[in-house]
Design a protein around this ligand. Structure first.
Ligand code: PEP
Ligand code: MN
Length: 339
């Protein structure tokens, strides 16, 4: 349930409500909006005397939260969440559209620094690149591990870009959190609940990818795990789902953007690289995603896609990325956003 405070309710009145809620054994999540404060209360409400809370000073009313994902829901918070990422605190979820680009995997110092320079020159805010790769085959390149993380940190030092990289298991969380600005949870791990809770405990922004066969409700419940562990800085990433279609690697449902924007206040980023599997399709999907209201893009870009150790076929060249961001600027402008 949500305790809606009256506009102008005092800090003491809000604190009193929080104390009452805690007395009933519920978890309190106060949300301070621009015109009023609400206190979302999560837990078993059977023993709660709603009347006692409703008549407390400064309380306007109590409303139930109908969505199963409580804290992620727009029922609790209508204002869009802005999540500050990286050294410059770039706000994902505001007026600006954030482009995060880079190779699928960190392969070498030369490859990563060339990619980082290209990504920076194209006007992106973030550098992506996996140091730990969740590969379908155990014989495929698995990533450089800690060495890859150190290279990402060096690239950040050189360019000022925000580092986004995947954490594939509980055992790497400390290392990844030490070097990365944003922790990526991959599609294959969207329902790895202990991992979601653990990244929730790091307090670092999390880029959560949609599972390849997850419904949007399951996706939002995965985000809820992270928020419930104490971390509200969740960025959702639609990366396409498995369907019967074979002309694309995954089917990228851009309708997720308006649906998620309706159901949640969390920012939504689109990954057209994994969402299509083909570099030539990526620009069209990027344009459509921004036009449809995406808050950002996660795009694979490799200095030499033909020799990439993973996902070369869906990776843009540096020149293609630069051309693309030039066009995206106009699209963003046309829909009241900025690149
Ligand atoms: C990735 O971003 O490189 C990746 C592995 O993506 P996904 O988890 O969406 O397959
Ligand atoms: Mn990839």
């Amino acid at each position: 349930m949500i305790v809606v405070m009256k506009p102008g309710a005092t800090d003491e009145q809000v604190q009193h409500v929080i104390d009452l809620v805690r007395d009933y054994g519920l978890k309190d999540h106060p949300i301070y909006g621009s015109d009023r404060t609400v206190v979302a209360c999560i837990g078993d409400k059977r023993a709660v005397d709603k009347g006692a809370i409703e008549t407390a000073p400064g309380v306007e009313r109590i409303v139930p939260i109908l969505a199963p994902y409580k804290m992620a829901s727009t029922e609790v918070k209508r204002e869009r969440s802005q999540i500050a990422i990286g050294p410059a605190g770039f706000p994902i979820g505001g007026r600006k559209v954030g482009i995060i680009a880079g190779p699928c995997a960190v392969e070498s110092r030369e490859q990563l620094l060339r990619a980082a320079d290209a990504v920076k020159a194209a006007g992106a805010v973030g550098l992506r690149g996996g140091a730990y790769k969740p590969r379908t085959s155990p014989y495929s390149f698995q990533g450089l591990g800690v060495e890859g993380l150190q290279l990402l940190a060096e690239a950040r030092e050189r360019t000022g870009l925000t580092v986004v990289t995947e954490v594939i298991g509980l055992e790497q969380i400390d290392a990844v959190a030490e070097y990365a600005d944003v922790l990526q949870i991959g599609a294959r791990n969207m329902q790895h609940y202990p991992l979601l809770e653990a990244v929730g405990e790091t307090g670092k922004p999390v880029l959560l990818k949609r599972g390849m066969s997850a419904t949007l409700e399951e996706f939002l419940l995965a985000a809820e795990y992270i928020i419930n562990a104490g971390n509200k800085q969740v960025i959702l990433c639609e990366r396409g789902i498995r369907t019967f279609e074979t002309h694309v690697r995954n089917t990228l449902p851009l309708a997720s953007i308006p649906e998620l924007n309706d159901k949640t206040h969390l920012p939504v980023v689109i990954d057209p690289s994994h969402g299509t599997g083909h570099a030539y399709m990526v620009p069209a999907m990027c344009k459509a995603a921004i036009a449809a209201g995406a808050d950002g893009l996660l795009v694979e870009c490799h200095p030499d896609p033909e020799h990439a150790l993973s996902d070369g076929a869906q990776s843009l060249t540096p020149a293609a990325l630069r051309d693309l961001t030039g066009v995206l600027r106009h699209i963003a402008d046309a829909v009241g956003r900025e690149l």
